[in-house]
Design a protein around this ligand. Structure first.
Ligand code: CDP
Ligand code: MG
Length: 140
């Protein structure tokens, strides 16, 4: 019953898609255990995406992720990591399955509306990147 990190990226917040995305999350059985809206500094975005440092899309990704406010969420419930990745869809919206968030709302491989942790270890470090333990609702 691990938690995972979800982010509504600047394009999603700017386009007022947050409500629709959170509805999909709750309808899928995932539980929102923590949520905040904030704007990343350049340093924070660089650190969050450090695993991609050196890749051709790194600097534009950092620029995009700092371009406006984001909504960060702790998502819990059974199989939350896989469930959230499934609901988001593939990185490239054009290749994502129908009825996924990225397929429905993504406009490019970069501006793909949402982020989700890719495994148990990253989920743990990414949740801790944004939330203290006492900011997360306990599991029921
Ligand atoms: O987000 P996800 O785990 O699906 O993909 P990633 O490979 O970890 O890449 C992180 C983010 O970098 C993506 O969600 C895109 O916003 C961006 N990206 C990009 O701009 N161009 C690429 N060729 C690959 C990823
Ligand atoms: Mg990733």
């Amino acid at each position: 019953m691990a938690n995972t990190l979800g982010i509504i990226k600047p394009d999603g917040v700017r386009r007022k898609l947050a409500g629709k995305i959170i509805s999909k999350i709750e309808d899928s059985g995932l539980v929102v255990r923590g949520i905040k809206i904030l704007r990343l500094s350049k340093g924070q975005a660089e650190k969050f995406y450090a695993v991609h440092e050196g890749k051709p899309f790194y600097s534009t990704l950092v620029e995009f992720m700092t371009s406006g406010p984001i909504i960060v969420m702790v998502l819990g419930g059974h199989g939350s990591i896989e469930k959230w990745r499934e609901l988001m869809g593939a990185t490239d919206p054009a290749k994502a399955k129908y009825n996924t968030i990225r397929r429905e709302y993504g406009t490019s491989i970069e501006k793909n509306v949402v982020h989700g942790s890719d495994g148990p270890e990253t989920a743990k470090t990414e949740v801790a990147f944004f939330f203290r333990e006492d900011e997360i609702l306990p599991k029921e």
